[in-house]
Ligand binder design. Sequence first.
Ligand SMILES: [Zn+2]
Ligand SMILES: [Zn+2]
Length: 443
Amino acid sequence: MKLMAGFMLVLAGLWAAAFTPARAELDVVHLKSTIEASVQADYPKLDALYKDIHAHPEVAFQEVRTAAKLAAEMRALGFEVTEKIGKTGLVAIYRNGEGPTIMVRTELDALPMEEKTGLPYSSRDKTNWNGQETFVDHSCGHDIHMASWVGTAKTLVALKDAWRGTLMFIAQPAEEIVSGAKAMLDDGLFTRFKKPDFGFALHDGPFAYGTLNYRTGVGSSISDSLDVVFHGRGGHGASPQRTVDPVMIAARFIVDVQSVISREKDPTEFGVFSVGAIHGGTAHNIIPDQVILRGTIRAFKPEVRAKILAGIERTARAVAAMSGAPEPEIKFTEGAKAVMNDEALVNTAVSALKAAFGDKISSSPPLTASEDFSEFINAGVPAMFFNIGVYEPERVAAAKDGTGPQLASNHSPQFAPVPKPTIETGVLAMTLAVLSAFDKYAK
Ligand SMILES: [Zn+2]
Ligand SMILES: [Zn+2]
C-alpha cells in the first residue's frame, strides 16, 4: 500500500510535466513513458491476475468467480462497485470531478472447449454447458482484456490529478453468446447508472504484439442465426419412391443457397452464410422424416442482411416445394448488430495512439466477426473498438512468408497470447485512448 502511494506521487509528478489541464495538447511521448513505467512496476500483479483467470475460466453467465476477482481489484482501487448487473456483470465507477463519463468495457466469459496449448497455466477446469460436461478455455483472450482493464484502471487512478470526469469500467458477461451487453442494458446499466458520454473496448487477435488496428465507421458484422427443419416422409432406404427424402432437400438447400450470396447480393458488399450444423437420420438404410440445419449469416449493412435473409427463406421453401415436402420450419434469431465506431472519437484517440505507437498502429478493414459491444453503441454511446496483437512479431512474420507455422487464432484450442507485451500494450493503448477523450471533451 505504502509503495503504491509513493509510486502514485512519482507518477503524479511525471504527469504534471506531461499535461497542463485547460486543454493543452497531450504530451503523448512523455505520457507513454509514464504509463509504461506504471505498468512495468505493477506487472507482476497483473500477470498473476491474468494467469489465475486464465486457469479458471467460466462460460457465459457463469462468471461468478471471475467477476468477484475483478470486483475486489476495483474496490481496492477506490472504485464504487455494483455486482450482478445483467446476472454476472459488474459496474465500477470512479468519480474525479467535473468532466465526461467514459466507459471502458471488458468481457468476462470463456468458451466451452478444451485448451491444448500446453502452457503451465492452462485451464483444466470443467463446467456444465447446455446439459453437457465440457472443458472451459479462455481461447478468445477475454482474460487478456480483463488484465488490461484492471491495469488501465490502476494507471488512470494513479494519474487522477491530471484528468477530470468519471470512469465507468464495466465487465460484461456472455459476450460469446452475444447476450451479455443486452442483459446489462436490460438490467438498467444506463438508467441505474449514468449513461456514459463515450465508450471504449479492445479485443486481441493473432497478429504481432505491440501493434494495434482500428476502424472508423463499421467495425464488425451484423449476425443472425438460422434454424431450419426440413420435413419429409421417412421410410426404407431401398424404396425411396415411397418417401420424401429430407436429406436430399437439405443437401440441395446447402448448395443452392450459396447462389443468394454469389448471384443476388452485390458482389462488392460483404455477406456470408455458413451452415455449421446438420442433423438427420440414424442408420444406413432409413430415410429420416426430418433434417435440422443450423447456420450463421453475417453482413455489414442492414439492406444486405435483409436481402440475404429473404433469399435464404425463399430457397428453403423452394427446395421443399420442389420435392413435394411440407413447408419447412424457418427461424432466424437476431444476434449482434454491427459495431459502428464514432469518427470524431476515433480520430481523437488515433492521433494520441499514433504519437505513441508510430507505424505500429494502422487502420484495417472491418471484422467479419460480430461483437455485442454494438449494443452499447446502439443505446447511444459514441464509441471506439480496436484490436491488439498477441504473438511474437518474428513468428507472425514467419507465418506470413511461409517459413514458419500458421499461428492459432481466437477460438482455437492452441490460442496462446504472450501475456506481458500484450497486456502492456492493452494498458498503454487504452489509457491513452481514455486520456485523449478526457482531454478533448473536458468540461
Ligand atoms: Zn470469441
Ligand atoms: Zn472475444
